[in-house]
Design a protein around this ligand. Sequence first.
Ligand code: ADP
Length: 247
Amino acid sequence: FQMPKPVLAIEGLTVSFDGFKAVDDLNLYIDRNEVRVVIGPNGAGKTTVLDLICGKTKATAGSIQFENRELTKMREFDIVRAGVGRKFQNPSIYENLTVFENLEMSYPKGRKVFGALFFKRSAEVIARVEQIAAEIMLTDNLYLQADLLSHGQKQWLEIGMLLMQDPALLMLDEPVAGMSVNERMQTAELLKRISKGRSVLVIEHDMEFVKSIAHKVTVLHQGKVLAEGSMEAVQSNPKVIEVYLGH
Ligand code: ADP
């Protein structure tokens, strides 16, 4: 019997900015079907870790193995194509297109025909859009212009646009910022659903939300892992209380 290999295996990852190590000899392993949440004080290096994984920032040392590929040697665009999706805090949806069109143009095979005056949408594209719309709870809003969606729905639409590319790893930076309590609960359910068959990596400050989604929590501090484990274990760890949860 062999343990399944983690989808993402980060080892010795380090990045220095003018001699300052924002990420310092970091090891991080994430499995398929896992929702991992990274927490920690401001400046701990959380955003920089996501920047390193998606290739926006180049590592000074270390490796990022993703499904047997070495991401530190790849360009940002190729990392997306390899199956890494990232949602930033501000959604980059097309406000004057419909939900359907936003999803459609995010589909690798849908993009080719987009913009043509007359084209027949393939059954495959339609089926995929409908499937993702259901997943992100926007079935009833498919033909609504995106700017008419609520703040929370816009966030879900962007998640849907990433799902159209079927990433094996989905990374989200504070996905529930600005959402209502109800939208937060629905987002928690959404993230649990989409972690089936893939890995989800989330940066989050809202501890109630972290509790509701995390299989495992990693606490970053000064670019290093301060603690890792279940929410309960991490919450009662004196080092974590001292640098983060105590304030
Ligand atoms: P967090 O997301 O945990 O708040 P960040 O990853 O944004 O932390 O930042 C970690 C540290 O690295 C901070 O001190 C920040 O100022 C520094 N940093 C991040 N990106 C850069 C950069 N491109 N150039 C210089 N310093 C940076």
